[in-house]
Design a protein around this ligand. Sequence first.
Ligand code: ATP
Length: 298
Amino acid sequence: MSEPKKVVVIGSANADLVVALNRRPGPGETVMGADLVVSPGGKGANQAVAAGMLGAPVVFLGAVGEDEHGELLLGSLRGAGVDVAHVARPDRPTGNAYIMVTPDGENSIVVSPGANSAVAEADVDAARGVLAEAAVMVLSLEIPLSTVAHAVASAAELGVRPVLNLSPTAELPDEVLAALDPLVVNEHEAAWLLGAEGSPEDLATRLLDVGPRSVVVTIGAKGAVVADRAGVHTVPSPQVKPVDTTGAGDAFTGALAGRLAAGEDLVEAARFAVRVAATSVTRHGAQPSYPRADEVIG
Ligand code: ATP
């Protein structure tokens, strides 16, 4: 039997520093919160762990500092079976996300990118042999945009399918947008990109006209909408009682990438990804909430 095709995730790794509080502070104000909870996060590491937990062969390309948070992230990646041989250790602190959670369930987040800022085009070139073995490359925008653009160009040269989650939002060069298969966005990111609101189906269809080969719009508890040249499909989510939606979008993208690498089509892969993401929202945290294949609901 041939080796299963790999997923390469190129992206950020952050320690999530989470404090629950009754209300967020105003300018110049101090409020008291609950005990600090530190957990592994960052969009790239989340996506890699989500795919790895489900059994996909995953390589993570990123950077963490030579510090305690770096060890936390490497431990979580390794625990999910992710290959971390291409994680650099620059002389920068590991990226951190300072997350304030209020009783209404809303998060306010400040990200200090640290080592993530050092993920460079040369790192992508150094991993070219690994990229050449991959079926799918997963990208998001918490690392420099120039690195993402270079990675997508390398994917095109090597015949690797690029999947990009436009988070946080940024203007993408046209040639990057045109290569994506799919572009993954939530409703806010879709509306930002189009400069207009609309139904999820409408947003997905109009995004396809902006250039990507295919589009997925995630719609929270309602699931996702998939659009490609063959048509538009709404993929409903199983109904669950959410306790924490942190990292749900990354669970979706990681699961989607794993199934695309295994040869499923986009709609089939999205049907699995909504089940994985729905499972993740029934548990606390980002990476700690991600299920193994036998734990996926629905
Ligand atoms: P996040 O920022 O929370 O990681 P997001 O804003 O990028 O997520 P969403 O569309 O809110 O993206 O959620 C991504 C996916 O997670 C959805 O497509 C869905 O599969 C799942 N999901 C999110 N919220 C719920 C929920 N309440 N119930 C079931 N599934 C959910």
